[in-house]
Design a binder for this molecule. Sequence first.
Ligand SMILES: *[C@@H]1O[C@H](CO)[C@@H](O)[C@H](O)[C@H]1NC(C)=O
Ligand SMILES: *[C@@H]1O[C@H](CO)[C@@H](O)[C@H](O)[C@H]1NC(C)=O
Ligand SMILES: *[C@@H]1O[C@H](CO)[C@@H](O)[C@H](O)[C@H]1NC(C)=O
Length: 147
Amino acid sequence: MYNRTYVNNNGHLTFNQPSSQFISLYFPINGSEDIIAPLLIDVDVSINGIISYQQYSTGSVLTRATRDINQYFPGLSFTAKCVLVATWDRVAYFYHSGTETSFQVVLISGSDLSFILMNYGDCAVGYNNVQAGYDTINSTAYFKIPG
Ligand SMILES: *[C@@H]1O[C@H](CO)[C@@H](O)[C@H](O)[C@H]1NC(C)=O
Ligand SMILES: *[C@@H]1O[C@H](CO)[C@@H](O)[C@H](O)[C@H]1NC(C)=O
Ligand SMILES: *[C@@H]1O[C@H](CO)[C@@H](O)[C@H](O)[C@H]1NC(C)=O
């Protein structure tokens, strides 16, 4: 359980401290930080793009999150209590001006359960490898989206 989330430049979230890691290590990292990575890439927002985040504890985003989780996991009777949405909007890959890549991670918590949703818009063809998924401290649990 964490009380704090860092929305890092290079397409990931960490919880104990900010991280500038980009795609140089592959899951399972067997590292000392939990990491949730909708798209672990090398981002340069000084070229273009905006990274933003918003936390919700009431309102239509909670309603939407509750509906989404009950759709994907029917039978849980889940109710979202807290939602964090972090969005990388038309960000450039480092060194490659003109590339635009959009993606989002949504952390949804409630009823002693937590979920991760990853949403993707248009993603530029990468010049380097990319990965998406999550990895925990010492890689006791991890998942890498195939492909
Ligand atoms: C998070 O906040 C709660 C309530 O203030 C506190 O009891 C808990 O120790 C905190 N956890 C961490 C990891 O900081
Ligand atoms: C993970 O790192 C620890 C040291 O922190 C090491 O002892 C262990 O062998 C490593 N496990 C794997 C699977 O690489
Ligand atoms: C991770 O591995 C290190 C070294 O093996 C160990 O000291 C530490 O307690 C482990 N942490 C967790 C959260 O499992």
